[in-house]
Design a protein around this ligand. Sequence first.
Ligand code: ADP
Ligand code: MG
Length: 383
Amino acid sequence: MTTSHLYTRAYGAAPAGLWSAPGRVNLIGEHTDYNNGLVMPFAIDARAHMAVGRAAGQEVKVVSAQQDFTVHSFRLDEIQQGSPSARGWPGYVYGAIWALREAGYPLAGGLNIAIDSSVPVGAGLSSSAALECVTTLAVSQLMGIDLTQRDVALLSQKAENDFVGMPCGLMDQMASSACTAGNVLFFDVQAQTTEQVPFDTAAAGLSLLVIDTHVHHQLADGEYAKRRQSCEQAAAELGVPFLRAVDLAGLDAALAQLSDDVLRRRTRHIVTENARVAQTVELLRARRFDGVGQLMVDSHASMRDDFEISDPALDLAVEVSLDAGAAGARMTGGGFGGSAIALVETDRAESLSAAVRAAFAAQGRTAPTIRSVAPSEGARRDG
Ligand code: ADP
Ligand code: MG
């Protein structure tokens, strides 16, 4: 069923417009965004689709094909932080509407919203940012509000931070809002600059595989917040606003100043990860893939050992991918489950996938879902 049909079935009328926003894969640069650092995500072709129309009255209704087609409804003035409208999945949608209103945009009248998303939930591919960004873009455009891609990302992040209550950085929303087909998005959070960097794996005879381990840890949000706190504490001990202020040359001196080993390891991950993103950008600007694989491998080791956000299924996916000939592999996204990515010669993609499936089966694990992805377009109006 298309979102348009879903809308008509739920609300008995045709929508005013159709929008979509993608999930993302992060090539490299993990947990660096909230440290004011560097990230390199790209949009994937899995997208959250949304049909929206105006309605009489003040009710804002939402329905999702992934959530039993149950219609949720709150009046505009009931969409408040900590209210029932913030509970469960509708909180991502109401949160984006709340963020628009908080930013001073005049919202009035009722809305009907229908959602159908192909971004797998909890796979580390940011189904939440896709949902927030499509809502921010759709509702703003329907109301005649003109937002930049950056504004869409910032309002969507505010929805997740302050309405849903997940203290994420800006990467996921920036990726969903501002990515373009064929490119990775080099986003420097401190400089607030973006650069579209060509990422044509096919021309290099390479494939980028996403290995969804289907592991989702309940702990994920709490552990994410703890990592963020550790980074903030380390920055405070070093007397800098963000860990971005420490570069590779200053790392040893910074480590010597920190009060405990956990903070030292968290800091080492952030500082070396920013350096790896910068090196990846240099290589890709020159359309070189040699060296990118090793940076991915180093990134994974840093996340596993220093930042401690990997898990056994992700480590297995990475190890088996490398044994099967991948140039590089790493977990992607916030961690504690979700997906790993592997960069591999296209000729070897099939045998690598078979090896990963066999290794998961041998350990009695749920079969992973493996797909090849290429950089796709960010949030847009579709009709
Ligand atoms: P992810 O890594 O996929 O972003 P999150 O836990 O951050 O994982 O976000 C997943 C949540 O987003 C889901 O539990 C649900 O509340 C919401 N969500 C994502 N996609 C949909 C959808 N198609 N319909 C309704 N809710 C969705
Ligand atoms: Mg998310």
